[in-house]
Design a protein around this ligand. Sequence first.
Ligand code: C5P
Length: 307
Amino acid sequence: MQNFVTARAPGKINVALAVGDLADDGYHPLATVFLALNLTEDVTAHRAEGLSLEYAPGPIDTSDLATDESNLAIRAARLLADTTGHPADAALTITKRVPIAGGMGGGSADAAAALVACDALWGTNLTREDLVALAAKLGADVPFAVAGGVALGTGRGDVLSPVLTEGTFEWVLRLSDEGMSTPLTFRALDEHRAKHGAALGPVVDPEIEARVLHALRAGDPVALADALSNDLQAPALQLRPDLAEALEFGETHGALAGIVSGSGPTLGFLAADAAGADALAATFRREGHRVVRASGPVPGARVIEAA
Ligand code: C5P
């Protein structure tokens, strides 16, 4: 029997995001390509009575994050316990490395790592498929944090199929101090389409362009840079003109291309190679921007230590 298990799960960037029209359930159907980044979250589950959660001290300020039953990692452990009939007994410690900026999936990675850590600690030994199915009940981005690598997501982004890739892509992520509201960004897209979309017609089944998948398959950053796309980018830039300036800055200072990550406000800049990304990150920092380096793909949630 284990005394503790540590699992690691990745944050992500959406290299393509196509958004369909608002559906009756209040959500927009999506087609997206996720790429797992080496910015990861570690969740250690210790034997204990009852469920508890704390954040380990680290580079990221977690003082504003809830540690009660509303926390997605606690909800993940509770869901696993309810599903398997195992007592909900674990003390969780999260080491955060994914910035708490919109669009990078840190909270989803916590949930994915908590599922995998508790499954190993409790010996409930679910299959990967079962874990992904539980993950989908916790949030649209959680299945990908379990799966990792590169995947095409449809539905709300939670129905996954793996995408073949070659090599590693090098990124600079530019963070914002001020968050953005996901529903407001979706609403701005709806309003834009209501005004101008008559000529385009309805978007029922959003689709990813084949050239995105070809670029990933070839491991070709120049082709991927050319294919980066996000239907939420225009509404996000409309709401936050400062992001447009930062995109322009990155693209004129060495990035192959930049993109709004998900519904923003994080920006992802793809570089030709690691040296190019390092240089771009240094340039951003000199101008006073907050940036982190990342690369991927990396694997999904997995046990990294147990004793
Ligand atoms: O996924 P999450 O609950 O964070 O989404 C917050 C809000 O963003 C939803 O209530 C909805 O208004 C909007 N949204 C959407 N379509 C999606 C995802 C989110 O309209 N696929």
